[in-house]
Write a protein that binds this ligand. Structure first.
Ligand code: DGL
Length: 279
């Protein structure tokens, strides 16, 4: 892949397969409002969670390359599936060809780093897409940092389509929300913490709370990722200097513009101007 990249500073890129990364973007913007951002949703090819490793890797690499071309020096994969299936390969194999000085970060590590302090029983649950669960990224990362923590995982293939189709609050969503949570909790009665390991799932939070006993903590990732990014920029002044500050956000979607702005307003509680883009 040969890209023509400019060395002038640019916005921070946030990528997701669809709308889910908006839950990450909004928390990042709350924590770091001064910066410029570009959000890219590959809505036309969503969901990623049921796709193969190779396809998620290829799609994610195309998105990262596009965000680099649009001027981003730092890209956050606001998507667990892409973080689980593509991040490591991009960091290890592709960055040096694209531009060694640019960086791509994911959402799994910042989430995992906090887990040890959040569970008392040391038994946690993970709900995520089939792709993220199959990758084993969460249990493997958790084992490295907190070897005493036991992780039970549950794939929830119907949750992303419910969110993408704006059915999160509908009565019909109850069936699939309850089904996967019951399956998870049946695996381990000592679970005291559940990670929502998919950036779409915060939209289902009211329903999830309804079907989970009150003593169980539900962990969403937005704040964790935002705090981690803040810390990263503080520790890497050379990257911080490449991120422009104008308090703007530009949205791109691979789907139709009207469709994106309509649904994005549900995630952000505000209307957005969006441009169509091809990857
Ligand atoms: N939002 C993505 C994640 O965090 C997944 C959505 C999808 O399946 O495309 O995993």
């Amino acid at each position: 892949m040969n890209l023509r990249l400019s060395s002038i500073p640019g916005p921070i890129g946030v990528f997701d397969s669809g709308y889910g990364g908006l839950t990450i973007l909004s928390k990042i913007r709350e924590a770091l409002p001064a910066y410029d951002y570009i959000y890219l949703g590959d809505n036309a090819r969503n969901p990623y969670g049921t796709r193969s490793f190779q396809i998620v890797y290829e799609f994610t690499l195309q998105a990262v390359a596009k965000l680099f071309e649009l001027g981003c020096h730092l890209v956050i994969l606001g998507c667990n599936t892409a973080s689980a299936k593509a991040l490591r390969s991009i960091q290890m194999n592709d960055l040096h060809q694209l531009d060694v000085n640019r960086r791509v970060l994911g959402v799994i590590r910042p989430t995992v780093e906090c887990i040890g302090n959040l569970t008392s029983t040391r038994h946690i649950g993970l709900v995520a897409t089939p792709g993220t669960v199959k990758s084993q990224s969460y249990p493997l990362e958790i084992k490295k940092l907190f070897p005493d923590v036991v992780v039970s995982s549950q794939a929830c293939p119907m949750w992303v389509p419910l969110v993408e189709n704006n059915e999160s609050n509908a009565e019909g969503a109850d069936y699939f929300v309850k089904k996967y949570l019951d399956e998870l909790l049946a695996k381990d009665s000592e679970i005291d913490t559940i990670i929502l390991g998919c950036t779409h799932y915060p939209l289902l939070l009211p329903k999830i709370k309804k079907f989970v006993p009150a003593h169980i903590n539900i962990i969403t990732q937005g704040e964790l990722v935002a705090e981690s990014l803040k810390d990263y920029l503080h520790r890497h002044p050379e990257m911080d200097a490449k991120c422009t500050r104008g308090n703007t956000c530009i949205y791109y979607t691979t789907e139709a513009e009207e469709k994106f702005s309509e649904s994005a307003s549900i995630f952000l509680n505000e209307s957005v101007n969006v441009k169509h883009i091809e990857l």
